[in-house]
Design a protein around this ligand. Structure first.
Ligand code: 13P
Length: 255
């Protein structure tokens, strides 16, 4: 069975010093039993990853961490980019690829998302592949087709062996940062369809192993209903992950 994953996407928030303070509050709040029940990860800005690594190592925390983006290139003349090898060297377990904010503000298309996912995998970093429809698509009832097309695009040339460890996050754009959370049924509809598609794309039980997260205005007060859905294996949390008390509540959704 799949171990739930709660991942905090800090987005463009916090200095490296604020990151250390946040990790320390999480370290204080999260107990051994929490880590046994769920994997917990934070995704700080690039400038804070080294500091998070130092805190995690110094206190031997079970907290996992990662990045919010990775270059599709291995190294060289790509000003401003950060490679998968660099992230691996910092102990990153995860990297989000294809977040809607990158698709929207940085024109990342499915081919770019696929290249970034493969760059992560090449460095033994698990890509958290983000998919999700905008409001217009949702109003027209096209959410499943839209998200499955994004999944297909992101997984090109990714083998079953590589796909096994993947994480996919369903984040409806209209629910991100809006306070408008999808209903548990909305989340299940798309997450279930994604798992069915994985079963069509890959043999060997891959679909049963891949963790599928929901993201979009997740809070302590709404996480339990979402986690009760058969194909939702965790959450990708934005705003609420900057509040350690709230993020710990999300990790303890069973209470
Ligand atoms: P919010 O939780 O702030 O809605 O953000 C969701 C998100 O985009 C996580 O990647």
């Amino acid at each position: 069975s799949r171990k739930p994953l709660m991942a905090g996407n800090w987005k463009m928030n916090g200095s490296h010093l604020e990151a250390i303070a946040l990790v320390q509050k999480l370290a204080f709040g999260l107990k051994e039993a929490d880590y046994e029940a769920v994997d917990v990860a934070v995704l700080p800005p690039f400038t804070a990853i080294r500091s998070v690594q130092t805190s995690v190592d110094a206190d031997r925390l079970q907290l996992l961490y990662g990045a919010q983006d990775v270059s599709q290139h291995a190294s060289g003349a790509y000003t401003g980019e950060v490679s998968g090898a660099m992230l691996a060297k910092l102990g990153c377990s995860f990297v989000t690829v294809g977040h809607s904010e990158r698709r929207q503000y940085h024109s990342e298309d499915d081919a770019t998302v696929n290249a970034k996912a493969r760059a992560a995998i090449a460095n033994e970093i698990v890509p958290i592949v983000c998919v999700g429809e905008g409001l217009e698509v949702r109003k027209a009832g096209g959410q499943v087709a839209h998200c499955l097309a994004q999944v297909d695009g992101a997984l090109e040339k990714i083998t079953a062996e590589q796909a096994r460890t993947l994480v996919i996050a369903y984040e409806p754009v209209w629910a991100i940062g809006t306070g408008e959370v999808a209903t548990p049924q909305d989340a299940q509809e798309v997450c279930g369809a994604v798992r069915t598609r994985l079963a069509e794309l890959y043999d060997g039980g891959v679909a049963d192993q891949v963790r599928i997260l929901y993201g979009g205005s997740v809070k302590g007060a709404n996480i339990a209903g979402i986690m009760a859905q058969a194909d939702v294996d965790g959450a990708l949390v934005g705003g609420a992950s900057l509040d350690p008390g709230e993020f710990v509540k999300i990790c303890r959704y069973r209470d």
